[in-house]
Design a protein around this ligand. Structure first.
Ligand code: NAP
Ligand code: ZN
Ligand code: ZN
Length: 348
């Protein structure tokens, strides 16, 4: 067994605290990764606070992992010790169903194995990246360009792929007007990608203090979503809108902003369902859809795209000892724009 150290939640209400646990011995296809940085995703907070009702404790959260390969199993050919690698939201899937075979492991028909908080195929409880190391099947390990800042890359493994994948799927590009709702971890990556893909991008935000940042990050226009007049001006003009908001909010003004036949894609996962005025869907044949992370091949494509464009997340690097304060700031929408934990702080 590999001995591991991390910070875990023992229940929904007490703060994360130091925790020792073990990870499995390396199987033939396994990679042992020494973790350097791990991003703080709002999903970590939803999960450890049991806001989705599916938490299992103890849980070490974290699924935006970057580090260096420490050891590999006998059948691993893609990686060797010292390589710069990343691990995201899933660490296994059946690999035989139609979704897995078509490279959409995140939609595995029997359910992909999440990086933390579920039982894996060996019966072990998976534990995430707020820790010093992780053991992962090589199919779920990604190559990271050593030219990019490792801390800035970490959020690409969830926030990055979660926004890249739907934008590719719904063909965001030149001559398309695209909206991003919410400027947080996912939102700021969505903005960077939509801009990089050549779309006309409109950032919707509730935070006046983020307007200048939104422009710097690539927004062609910024709309304060609390202003009904500004929202009305956008009516029936969007080809696509991506909603990254973590809390319940009114979708109806955004649905009205879509053109005929356009799609509203949800990637944020609030703990309460929205109330939809069906008229907004019927009269212009608009669609609401959703998307979750991305497949393994697409995740590597996204990382390669980011390496080519020198595109990473805007991060605030923190020691693990500041995680409670970081969670509070994320919930208050005050992070600019992703906390990333420096795992060297585990030794402190
Ligand atoms: P985040 O950094 O907290 O960003 C969420 C943003 O939503 C905030 O910055 C804020 O933006 C806006 N917001 C927050 N509360 C709001 C409210 N009450 N009304 C309106 N807007 C509000 O969170 P994140 O890490 O980007 O994650 C966002 C959501 O995506 C979470 O629910 C998370 O679980 C989910 N998620 C889904 C996937 C997937 O695969 N689909 C992957 C990762 C995360 P402004 O200040 O600009 O308004
Ligand atoms: Zn995430
Ligand atoms: Zn499958």
């Amino acid at each position: 067994m590999t001995q591991s150290r991390g910070w875990a939640a023992q229940n929904a209400t007490t703060p994360l605290a130091p925790f020792k646990f073990s990870r499995r011995e390396l199987h033939d296809h396994d990679v042992l990764v020494d973790i350097q940085f791990c991003g703080v995703c709002h999903s970590d907070i939803h999960f450890v606070r049991n806001e989705w009702g599916n938490a299992i404790y103890p849980v070490v959260p974290g699924h935006e992992i970057v580090g260096r390969v420490a050891a590999v199993g006998s059948a691993v050919t893609r990686f060797k010790p010292g390589d710069h690698v990343g691990v995201g939201v899933i660490v296994d899937s059946c690999r035989t169903c139609p979704s897995c075979k078509s490279g959409q492991e995140q939609y595995c028909d029997v359910g992909a194995t999440l990086t933390y908080g579920v039982r894996d195929r060996y019966g072990d409880l998976t534990q995430g990246g707020y820790s010093n190391n992780i053991v992962v099947h090589d199919h779920f390990v990604h190559t990271i360009s050593p030219r990019l800042s490792a801390a800035g890359v970490a959020p690409l493994l969830c926030a990055g792929i979660t926004t890249y994948s739907p934008m590719r799927h719904w063909k965001v590009g030149p001559n398309k007007k695209v909206g991003v709702v919410g400027l947080g971890g996912l939102g700021h990556m969505a903005l960077k990608f939509a801009h990089a893909f050549g779309a006309h991008v409109v950032q919707f935000t509730t935070s006046e203090s983020k307007i200048d940042d939104a422009k710097r990050l690539g927004a062609d226009e910024v709309v304060l979503s609390k202003d009904p007049t500004a929202m009305k001006k956008q009516a029936s003009t969007f080809d696509f809108i991506l909603d990254t908001v973590s809390a319940p909010h009114d979708l109806n003004p955004y649905l009205e902003a879509l053109k005929r036949d356009a799609t509203y894609a949800q990637v944020g996962l609030p703990d309460q369902p929205p109330v939809i005025n069906m008229g907004h869907l019927l009269f212009k044949r608009r669609a609401i859809s959703g998307s979750i992370i991305g497949g393994m091949a697409e995740t590597q494509q996204m990382l390669d795209f980011c390496a080519e464009k020198n595109l990473v997340a805007d991060v605030e690097v923190i020691p693990i000892q500041q995680i409670a304060e970081a969670f509070e700031r994320v919930v208050k929408a005050q992070v600019k724009y992703r906390f990333v934990i420096d795992m060297a702080s585990l030794a402190a």
